[in-house]
Design a protein around this ligand. Sequence first.
Ligand SMILES: Cc1cc2nc3c(=O)[nH]c(=O)nc-3n(C[C@H](O)[C@H](O)[C@H](O)COP(=O)(O)OP(=O)(O)OC[C@H]3O[C@@H](n4cnc5c(N)ncnc54)[C@H](O)[C@@H]3O)c2cc1C
Length: 287
Amino acid sequence: MAINNNPTFYSPADLDQAVTMLQDLGDGALPVAGATWIMRAPTRGEKIADIFVNLSTIPGMHDIDVGEESVSIGAMATQDAIAAALAGHSDLAALTVATGYTANPAIRRAATIGGNIATVDFAASDIVPALLALEAKVEIIAPNGGNMLSMVDFLAKRRTLGRSSLIARIVIPRQGRISTHSRITLRKAGDYPVANLSTAISVREDGEIAAACVAVGGVEPVAKRWTGLENTITGRKLDAGEIRDIAADYADEFSGRDAPGVPGWYRLRLLPVLAEKAFRFIQKNHA
Ligand SMILES: Cc1cc2nc3c(=O)[nH]c(=O)nc-3n(C[C@H](O)[C@H](O)[C@H](O)COP(=O)(O)OP(=O)(O)OC[C@H]3O[C@@H](n4cnc5c(N)ncnc54)[C@H](O)[C@@H]3O)c2cc1C
């Protein structure tokens, strides 16, 4: 495949200008963030775009604001910067793990949260299930204005948003829950996960689960909430062994995606293991 070694880069002054540029340039142009997905287009058998609109110089897009009520993360914040900013906040730990312990250090310094969640064909994202479990919202700036979407709605609309719709930032409500992220890879830590699971739960003083969000990635083409498990464990005592059994009963909520070397049935088998791992961690760390 021929690769254009001299693509054209545009550097907009702000988000609105970036949106206008992308609209004017049409389908040949692509927004570029950390480029860690874009640069591997040839390995996926895809053509690299000829024209890029560079988001890295837009003021404010790298900002991370950890507030008492919510956290705002600019789309250009890197995995590394997010993990550092959220460290020590147990309610946000799903995202800390998903950003701080995946890929490898060089990639974590370049790959952005916006680039990660914008990538429609990336089934194994660790960040997407973490944001689902944390009930995050995604701010989109499009030619016809701005919009704040829940993660669920964003994922449902993602493929149809169009190249001139940009993710501006992610907002996570702080709900005083305890969260974590678990993942299983085929060979080594830096690999994409075969399956992953993020949780955010609140536990009453008597050990009963008051609210539960559980999201699964890697298993289906797009990550989703595990509602059967969430509904069944809410109101029960936090017991990782029992949750593993419940998870096995509700694994049929998913259709495992087949890929070379990883059959779909294998991904489904991992779900109870991941659920037990996550809830054992929460059980241990719940004060
Ligand atoms: C070896 C390796 C291992 C990895 N392992 C993992 C892993 O285990 N888990 C994980 O979650 N990630 C992992 N990643 C990261 C992931 O695969 C992507 O490379 C990364 O998240 C993309 O981010 P980026 O900023 O580089 O995006 P880019 O490559 O710049 O862009 C990706 C796509 O998003 C679009 N885009 C970028 N920013 C925006 C925006 N603000 N609004 C709208 N569209 C936008 C681009 O046009 C492009 O289509 C790994 C990467 C590598 C190279």
